[in-house]
Design a protein around this ligand. Structure first.
Ligand SMILES: *[C@@H]1O[C@H](CO)[C@@H](O)[C@H](O)[C@H]1NC(C)=O
Ligand SMILES: *[C@@H]1O[C@H](CO)[C@@H](O)[C@H](O)[C@H]1NC(C)=O
Ligand SMILES: *[C@@H]1O[C@H](CO)[C@@H](O)[C@H](O)[C@H]1NC(C)=O
Ligand SMILES: *[C@@H]1O[C@H](CO)[C@@H](O)[C@H](O)[C@H]1NC(C)=O
Ligand SMILES: *[C@@H]1O[C@H](CO)[C@@H](O)[C@H](O)[C@H]1NC(C)=O
Ligand SMILES: *[C@@H]1O[C@H](CO)[C@@H](O)[C@H](O)[C@H]1NC(C)=O
Ligand SMILES: *[C@@H]1O[C@H](CO)[C@@H](O)[C@H](O)[C@H]1NC(C)=O
Ligand SMILES: *[C@@H]1O[C@H](CO)[C@@H](O)[C@H](O)[C@H]1NC(C)=O
Ligand SMILES: *[C@@H]1O[C@H](CO)[C@@H](O)[C@H](O)[C@H]1NC(C)=O
Length: 464
């Protein structure tokens, strides 16, 4: 059953009648092609491993035995596992290296709501405890650690986390372990996650951590806007991440860049660096389009965002930190944002309360500097900016240029509320606060002109 490359099981070839032209037949018969960082020599179908796509039978063993079986090809051209149309109920399973998980168009992976299908994992060392409960955490639906070259993609197939079970337990404070994420990749290099619809994660959706060279493209991510902690994409203590063409509707931040929590993150000391976000579209009424923090104790540096859009979202780019976090957020660049119906356009919070435990170091002050926002337009805004630095630890080098904010009928009197910040503004309406009136000879905020290495990743055209 390996090397099914041209087998009829994977080829859609319907002859619908004599009236169909040769052209249409040719198109319908062609193998599915898809872009990926690497193509695979071996192919298998999930159903080869006894999977049943009825939405009721558990397929955890089928997924795991398929992937274990295909792991033998890691050093022989790699393997792809095809999830065909159907409803594939499963608990958590682990990925392998030089491997592609491909969801065909009407493939739906349904996450089990049976806790025994979610084995426990140790807490993340850079967090020191789980976010929902201090003990361990449930492993993510799709989990990978210590891997190289992993692709999770498809023809816009769907992964539904069926999170309502977990949201209810979270709200009733009944969790002994921290909720699972939908996809988590740890200690890994060369990761692609693309062309999928992700629904209703129990908590965060996509979580690359302690990893590098990550491409995330063409994801549609949807959760109810009142679901708890359903962040879209969270690059965490990772290097070189490219996020493009994603549409996210969620109950928490659409993208949240992180790097560990207080003393645990400081000790682990792994920053998130070199992130590029392009053409993100976000709806998040109670959270940010892009958050930096609040867990940023390993440092966050060189985040670039271009052509981003938010509608009915609480704030655009929000920096969240606190005394005790340590670390830094610096060299942040935004160029081109269109915002509609926002509470705050600019929001920085130096007093974000949450701590893992009382053991944090009150002398561990975060460094926030070099924050550059250019070319933003916003409509229907309540507050232009709320910038709360830390007393004795001001946020510096804030640059805001070419910004046109149109206020809502509910606009507040104090449009720019600034404390413990300093910087420069140019061509910004309404009139910014005095703390952002440093004299400078430049006419707009900088944006890097160099290319990030992750932009050099080439895609191959692969086929099933
Ligand atoms: C995946 O999405 C990209 C755009 O992000 C598109 O160019 C490509 O054709 C899509 N591939 C498939 C198999 O749908
Ligand atoms: C797993 O791989 C072996 C080859 O090593 C193959 O013979 C076997 O049929 C595979 N298992 C399944 C369930 O397909
Ligand atoms: C999945 O990976 C985790 C972490 O390495 C491990 O604890 C677990 O046993 C693995 N599960 C399977 C089914 O191999
Ligand atoms: C995974 O990688 C991390 C970091 O390099 C290492 O500490 C850990 O021991 C590795 N785990 C396994 C199971 O190889
Ligand atoms: C993928 O599916 C979602 C949900 O059906 C849809 O909203 C989105 O437009 C689709 N994306 C593409 C590229 O077809
Ligand atoms: C989880 O904690 C509750 C108390 O909050 C306890 O009754 C239950 O037995 C625990 N479940 C597990 C699986 O440990
Ligand atoms: C303006 O924003 C408010 C919420 O802040 C919303 O209720 C209202 O519909 C928006 N109006 C327009 C014209 O978008
Ligand atoms: C301005 O921000 C400070 C916190 O820095 C807050 O205490 C105050 O209430 C805000 N003022 C208004 C009018 O929103
Ligand atoms: C701005 O001033 C710096 C020194 O403070 C100088 O190096 C730079 O050339 C000046 N730029 C312009 C556009 O005048």
């Amino acid at each position: 059953m390996m090397k099914l490359k041209h087998s009829s099981t994977l080829t859609t070839c319907y002859v619908i009648g004599l009236m169909i032209s040769l052209l249409v037949i040719a198109a319908e018969c062609s193998n599915t092609q898809y872009p990926a960082i690497n193509c695979r020599k071996h192919t298998a179908l999930l159903t080869d491993f006894g999977a049943v796509g009825d939405g009721k039978t558990s397929n955890t063993k089928a997924f795991q035995s398929a992937i274990t079986n295909l792991s033998q090809y890691a050093s022989d051209g790699g393997a792809q596992l095809v999830v065909p149309p159907g409803k594939w109920l499963t608990g958590s399973f682990n990925l392998t290296s030089h491997f592609t998980l491909f969801l065909q168009k009407d493939a739906l992976i349904l996450a089990s709501q049976d806790e025994s299908e979610w084995p426990p994992l140790a807490v993340l060392p850079s967090y020191g405890r789980g976010r929902d409960a201090p003990a361990g955490r449930f492993s993510s639906l799709i989990f990978g650690t210590n891997l190289t070259d992993v692709v999770i993609t498809g023809a816009n197939g769907t992964i539904d986390g069926q999170g309502s079970y977990w949201w209810a337990k979270f709200k009733q404070n009944q969790l002994n372990l921290t909720r699972p994420y939908l996809i988590e990749i740890m200690h890994s290099d060369q990761i692609q996650i693309s062309n999928l619809t992700l629904l209703n994660s129990p908590s965060w959706f996509v979580h690359p951590i302690y990893s590098s060279n990550i491409v995330i493209q063409g994801l549609t991510i949807i959760a109810p806007v009142d679901s708890p902690n359903t962040d879209g994409i969270n690059p965490d203590s990772s290097t070189n991440t490219r996020i493009e063409d994603c549409y996210i509707v969620s109950g928490d931040d659409c993208v949240a860049v992180k790097s560990g929590w207080d003393q645990y993150g400081i000790k682990y000391g792994k920053p998130t660096e070199h992130v590029i976000i392009r053409r993100l579209r976000c709806i998040s009424p109670d959270s940010a389009m892009i958050a930096l923090g609040s867990e940023m104790s390993g440092g966050i540096r060189d985040v670039r965002a271009e052509d981003i859009t938010a509608i009915n979202t609480q704030s655009a780019v929000r920096i969240k930190t606190a005394v005790g976090r340590g670390g830094y957020v610096k060299d942040i660049f935004v160029k081109g944002a269109k915002l509609q119906s926002m509470k705050y356009v600019f929001w920085m919070t130096g007093g974000y309360g949450s701590h893992p435990d009382p053991g944090f170091d009150p002398k561990a002050l975060p460094e926030i500097s070099g924050i550059n926002y250019g070319h933003l337009s916003a409509e229907n805004v309540t507050y232009s900016a709320r910038l709360d630095g830390i007393s004795g630890d001001p946020f510096t080098g804030i640059c805001i240029s070419d910004v046109d904010i149109k206020l809502s009928e509910e606009k507040k009197q104090l449009q720019w509320n600034c404390t413990d910040v300093s910087g420069f503004t140019k061509n910004v309406t309404p009139q910014p606060c005095d703390l952002l009136q440093l004299k400078t000879n430049i006419s707009h905020c900088p944006y890097p002109t160099d290319k990030l290495p992750i932009d050099n990743i080439q895609f191959n055209t692969c086929s099933l």
